[in-house]
Ligand binder design. Structure first.
Ligand code: AMP
Length: 149
């Protein structure tokens, strides 16, 4: 196996580390909060992308945002889950990366976010890059460095 220097690893393209869009759980902008909460709970993911029918990225929805939104004064108003839409509750304030980004760019952004959405120059959702993938790669790299010298 050819081992990369740390500098080479940081300059590697993110392409091979991406989970492709077809394998990423997502909801559509017009979906209800109930549908999103069901998907989040069943998948076990804390947050997932919100896309439109042309696979453009609009935001991220999480269980936390949903439960915050239905929190009344003294109880959760679960009856609102069905009528409220994901597009009115999702977060739009997050970093994305392009398919041409380097490992280093993704690595820096993944310090503050558990995963990054990869978006093409036309705004199409290409997939995600997760903190887990980066940590696994760094672990492999550190072990190789220890064993090679
Ligand atoms: P991980 O680093 O694998 O623990 O993933 C971190 C976060 O990335 C998860 O909590 C999800 O929010 C998101 N994520 C990871 N894999 C997927 C997937 N296949 N579909 C949707 N979201 C995912």
């Amino acid at each position: 196996m050819i081992s990369l220097s740390s500098k080479e690893l940081l300059e590697t393209s993110i392409k091979e580390y991406i989970i492709p869009s077809e394998k990423v759980a997502h909801v559509q902008v017009g979906n209800s909060l109930e549908h999103a909460l069901l998907l989040l709970t069943r998948s076990g993911y804390s947050s997932i992308p919100v896309l439109d029918p042309s696979f453009r990225l609009h935001g991220l929805i999480s269980s936390r945002l949903i439960t915050d939104n239905i929190l009344g004064l003294e109880r959760f108003e679960f009856e609102n889950l069905e009528e409220r839409k994901v597009e009115n509750v999702m977060s739009t304030d997050f970093s994305t990366i392009s398919i041409d980004s380097t490992f280093k760019e993704a690595f820096n952004l993944l310090i503050d976010q558990p995963f990054l959405c990869v978006v093409s120059s036309e705004g199409h959702f290409e997939g995600i890059m997760t903190r887990r993938v980066v940590l696994k790669e760094l672990k492999k790299h550190i072990y190789q460095m220890i064993h090679s010298g």
